[in-house]
Design a protein around this ligand. Structure first.
Ligand code: FEO
Ligand code: CA
Ligand code: CA
Length: 737
């Protein structure tokens, strides 16, 4: 989701609802460290005193237990020439590579669905590709169409359709005249908008070196904002999930704003619901009607849904049909069984889908917590140990999380007969943790459960069960005193080391001191100019990484892998990773490690550097936590006194180890990345090209800010479309080699 361009999407990305003070009480936290983590942490703590460089010993001595994976085609130096920054309305890829558009908004997913006319008159979106392609995972198929871990020529792609390009309520590119920009919204327009959200599964195949998607495949699937789904895990049956649709709180409808993805060790697709709060409406009297005793008033505000705020699309206004009324989450009837006051509580989860079997209902895994979910990164499972997954909450000042399953890994579950049954086993019982980053380069995972007295006795919100923690996770992390981060986006596990990398895309709310003051893990505050527009805070974002002796540990070491920056920015304060024109970037968002090569692929969703370049994809050869040095930054507080912040920076980024590989068309973000198992074909998504187009220009294609992919020869019409592309090396080699 693009942030800097002021569209309605931005207004409704309410990533700004964490007003918790979370005072610096590291001394209190230290006394709460378990004996085990104190012992484990002591070696790291000693190393930290010597500066960040000493941290390497931590990883080096424990590498065998860190869940490293084997790679089929490891790459240790980047074999392509960097692509320059680009403002062209085309995909520009490194020399020696080619791209092909594969699957775009509106493309048919059944044999009988008419071709997409792309003029706003198309219907049947439940049978077409959704909009705003985002996270994506590869599910190989053999020649018989059965699951295959080794196939490189046939597969299913499971894709998130996060949102839609909109202005003044309307998803204007899918309506003939741009649609209605005032309330009430026409029912026919809302039906289309409900259907372009959700997930899709699409079969693809390579024939004679050309990839194509198969519109007639029986394995294709759509999940929309209206599809029946199951609620599972600790919050299933909770009074806070009771709706008129599901009075026993076991079912819900749809998935929304699906951003990052993941692939489970048992072979299913997981997808994070991100900015779902903006789709709901409750009138200005709703707090009063609910009364002070309803603790959900506090929760609704903490989750960015203030009484009286307008909804993103006005879906609640489209008529008396239940499919529209459900978007009004006010307490309007006598009880929760009779209205949709709890409907918003049925969003904000990780959803799990069996990409191979469209008969199986999608499951919302409440055990992984409720927040603005991005990706889910699974540590390599170890037989006899719990399954561990890492997640971020993409909002300003929100937290990083990890989930540790109650069940321990059984190798037979790598190919289970019932894939979602394995999901039930590993994701429905377990413990959530939120990350606390300390100033010495260490950190602690704080338990979010009723066993944590800070949560159980939190004065600002009454938790009565682990179901409450699963639904109101942000408040539990507030109570536990987690560290407020610069918008955690995607995570990835380095297959060489088992370390977690997570993008912190930017944070316009970060200040030197005060409410969201600088800390060691979020240490930059600066001014960036885009033409005459001045932005302050952490404008360009950074990528943090964590190393643990074992994924189940509560103690970790951390450093900053990469500080994003413009190349010509001050190297002592802003361009701390020594970026050059070959690898400078802003707003890292997608982050995926190639299982084949071990390269770290970084994707941007930027609005700050877009005067110089469209969004991009870069490749990095990662190092490990502690391969750089400590660095102290000096700032002036509001009272004029000096504030010094010491952080830990990974080794500086020469173009040998970080290079720009691809730049997208105008107004897009680059997102979603998966590969064939041999690393020879890479699939990425181009999301919302032309997003900056004015709705009033819908009849004038010359004024669209992008006409991609039509201008690349794909499809009818000139309206821009989100799409999946495939990248291959012209000589047939491994991507990045
Ligand atoms: Fe959908 Fe946080 O990007
Ligand atoms: Ca700038
Ligand atoms: Ca994202």
């Amino acid at each position: 989701m693009k942030q800097a361009h002021p569209t309605p999407s931005d207004v409704f990305n309410n990533e700004d609802s964490n007003t918790s003070a979370n005072p610096h009480i590291d001394n209190v936290i230290a006394t709460r460290l378990s004996r085990r983590s104190m012992i484990l942490g002591s070696a790291g703590a000693a190393a930290t005193l010597l500066g960040g460089t000493a941290l390497t010993s931590y990883a080096a001595t424990s590498g065998s237990s860190m869940g490293t994976a084997s790679m089929t085609a490891p790459i240790s130096s980047l074999g392509f020439t960097a692509v320059g920054k680009s403002l062209a309305d085309q995909v520009v890829v490194a020399s020696g590579y080619k791209i092909q558009v594969l699957y775009a908004l509106g493309d048919p997913l059944t044999a009988n669905t008419p071709a997409f006319k792309n003029d706003g008159t198309d219907a049947l979106f439940e049978q077409r590709s959704g909009d705003h392609h985002d996270g994506m995972e590869w599910f190989g198929l053999d020649a018989d169409g059965k699951p295959s871990a080794t196939s490189t020529t046939r597969a299913l792609l499971a894709i998130n359709h996060e949102a839609t390009t909109d202005e003044k309520l309307s998803s204007f590119f899918i309506h003939a005249n741009g649609g209605a920009s005032t309330l009430p919204r026409p029912a026919g327009e809302v039906d289309k908008e409900l259907a372009i959200h959700g997930l899709s599964v699409v079969e693809i195949e390579a024939k004679g070196g050309q990839w194509q998607y198969n519109a007639a495949s029986g394995l294709n699937r759509r999940v929309t904002a209206m599809t029946d789904v199951m609620l599972t895990g600790p919050a299933k049956g909770s009074a806070h999930l009771v709706t008129k649709f599901s009075p026993d709180a076991t079912r819900a409808r749809g998935t929304l704003n699906n951003c990052g993805t993941g692939k489970t060790p048992w072979g299913t697709f997981v997808s994070g619901e991100e900015n779902w709060n903006g789709y709901f409406f409750r009138d200005a009297k709703d707090d009063e009607r609910r009364g002070k005793k309803d603790k959900q008033v506090a929760a609704l505000v903490r989750y960015g849904r203030k009484a009286g705020d307008p909804s993103r699309h006005g879906w609640e206004s489209a008529g008396a049909d239940d499919k529209f009324v459900r978007w009004n989450n006010g307490a309007l009837a006598a009880n929760a069984q009779s209205d949709y006051r709890n409907e918003m509580n049925t969003f904000g989860y990780v959803v799990e889908m069996d990409a191979y079997d469209s008969r199986m209902a999608v499951r919302k895994r409440t055990g992984l917590g409720r927040f603005a979910h991005e990706s889910v990164s699974f540590a390599k499972p170890v037989v006899g140990q719990p399954v561990v997954a890492y997640m971020g909450d993409d909002a300003r000042g929100e937290y990083m999380y990890k989930f540790v399953s109650a069940a321990v890994w059984d190798a037979a579950d790598a190919t289970p007969a019932n894939r979602l049954g394995a999901g039930d086993k590993y994701l429905d019982q377990g413990t959530l943790f939120a990350a606390r980053f300390k100033e010495d380069g260490s950190g602690e995972w704080l338990e979010l459960s009723m066993a944590n007295p800070y949560v159980a006795a939190y004065p600002d919100f009454e938790f009565t069960s682990n179901a409450d923690i699963a639904i109101f996770t942000r408040l539990a992390a507030d109570a536990a005193n987690a560290t407020r981060m610069d918008r955690p986006e995607w995570g990835g596990i380095n297959p060489r080391t088992g370390e977690l990398y997570m993008t912190l895309t930017n944070n316009s709310n970060r200040t030197v001191d005060g409410d969201l003051g600088l800390d060691a893990a979020n240490p930059r505050y600066y001014t960036d100019m885009k033409g005459s527009k001045e932005s302050k805070g952490n404008v360009h974002g950074h990528i943090i990484r964590l190393g643990e002796a074992k994924p189940t540990d509560r103690a970790f070491k951390w450093d900053i892998f990469l500080f994003s920056s413009e190349a010509d920015a001050d190297k002592s304060r802003i361009n701390l990773s020594n970026l050059s024109d070959d690898n400078d970037l802003s707003a890292p968002d997608g982050l995926v490690f190639s299982p084949a090569t071990g390269l770290c692929w970084i994707q941007t969703d930027d609005g700050a550097y877009t005067d110089k370049t469209n969004c991009m994809l870069l490749a990095a050869v990662p190092g490990k936590v502690g391969d750089g040095e400590a660095k102290t930054l000096s700032y002036k507080r509001s009272d004029g006194s000096e504030k010094r912040v010491t952080t830990f920076i990974g080794k500086s980024q020469s173009p040998d180890v970080l290079k720009r590989f691809l730049v997208g068309p105008k107004d897009c973000e680059i997102t979603g990345l998966c590969e064939t198992p041999d690393g020879k074909a890479m699939f990425i998504n181009i999301q919302h090209p032309g997003e900056g187009t004015k709705m009033t220009d819908i009849g004038n294609p010359a004024k669209y800010t992008s006409q991609w992919p039509a201008n690349a020869g794909y499809g009818a019409g000139k309206r821009p479309r989100s799409a999946t592309i495939v990248i291959t090396k012209i000589d047939g080699g491994v991507i990045g080699s």
